[in-house]
Design a protein around this ligand. Structure first.
Ligand code: IMP
Length: 206
């Protein structure tokens, strides 16, 4: 089965492919198909926004569409930027990171806790949905560090390094997206086994 990845975020596309392709899934991004997603993320939760994006990509392509909605939830900021992570400053990744540092000025190290959250929705052409979630706990640093990853990675510390200093596989092994995608793959395998089972039963009864 071929899937389309319902995002225009190149950082996410790289991570989706890195994790899904070795598991045997054929995936294309919307960009590779000459398409782009034009939807408003009006959901109040990551899961709702993921569903909105997956539905639209499925409608556009006729393929099973996988979307994630993800973001950073910082405890000292009451969970912000949360679902607004991508548009926190209105000025892209650099502006977002600078705004986060400003908002956390004066917050001591032990209170700079937060987590990345990733909700995945896959909408199939028959409009059924498969969902999965993953989280990754970390701390928000005082300055940007490292040039790997994307978004808030240079400020998001797990252990003594920021995700900006993690290698690709290291990040995938513990990241919110890595966990969500592996959980999604398990559910997808179960769904495929169930479908095969139902087909077999129908044949048996004939
Ligand atoms: P979305 O595309 O609406 O889901 O927005 C996701 C936003 O959350 C990104 O633009 C980043 O700002 C942030 N984000 C989500 N996952 C990550 C990650 O793995 N690293 C860094 N930032 C992330």
């Amino acid at each position: 089965m071929k899937f389309v990845i319902a995002t225009g975020n190149e950082g996410k596309v790289r991570e989706f492919k890195r994790i899904l392709e070795p598991m045997g899934f054929e995936v294309s991004s919307l960009k590779e198909m000459g398409l782009s997603l034009d939807v408003e993320e009006t959901g109040a939760t990551f899961a709702e926004n993921a569903r909105i994006k997956a539905k639209e990509a499925c409608r556009l392509t006729g393929l099973a569409a996988i979307a994630d909605d993800s973001g950073l939830c910082v405890d000292a900021l009451g969970g912000a930027p949360g679902v607004y992570s991508a548009r926190y400053s209105g000025e892209g990744d650099d502006g977002n990171n600078q705004k986060l540092l400003r908002e956390l000025a004066g917050v001591p190290a032990e209170e700079r806790t937060g987590r990345y959250v990733c909700a995945i929705s896959c909408i199939f052409p028959d409009q059924t949905e498969l969902t999965a979630e993953g989280t990754c706990e970390g701390m928000i640093g005082y300055a940007l560090s490292g040039n790997h990853g994307f978004g808030y990675d240079p400020l998001f510390y797990v252990g003594d390094r920021s995700f900006g200093q993690y290698g690709d596989e290291e990040k995938d092994a513990i990241s919110h997206r890595g966990k969500a995608l592996r959980a999604f793959c398990e559910k997808l395998k179960e769904r495929q086994a169930k479908t095969m089972d139902e087909r077999r039963k129908k044949i048996d009864y004939k």
